[in-house]
Design a binder for this molecule. Structure first.
Ligand code: SF4
Ligand code: SF4
Length: 103
């Protein structure tokens, strides 16, 4: 099995005894741009800086988020929880799919 690069490894205050066996989940983020009201919560609070604001507008005239750093998504689902319009969600990609190159 491929060892994750240093950049992908989580930082721990105290290294857990099973840290070498932990696998960082990989996520894929989905954005329903027509629901978005451009509040920017998901962009501001994503802990992995996955999202950025699009230059485009949706039909309501709002800039919506886009995944600018999709490989960094760990499917923490914080964006799902924060979005007041249910306009964004993430799914966890199974490890076999990650090894095959994602969806
Ligand atoms: S699931 Fe977590 S890491 Fe992925 S885009 Fe949402 S907030 Fe960022
Ligand atoms: S939190 Fe929801 S409504 Fe706000 S910018 Fe993100 S997707 Fe759009």
């Amino acid at each position: 099995m491929k060892e994750p690069s240093t950049a992908e490894k989580p930082k721990f205050w105290r290294k857990p005894l099973d840290a070498d066996r932990l696998q960082v989940p990989k996520g894929k983020v989905h954005i329903i741009k027509e629901r978005c009201k451009g509040c920017g919560f998901c962009i501001e609070y994503c802990p992995r800086d996955v999202l950025g604001l699009s230059d485009e507008f949706n039909s309501k005239g709002y800039h919506f988020p886009v995944a600018v750093n999709e490989d960094a998504c760990v499917s923490c689902k914080l964006c799902d929880l924060l979005c007041p319009e249910f306009a964004i969600y993430s799914e966890t990609i199974e490890q076999e799919e990650v090894e095959k190159g994602g969806k």
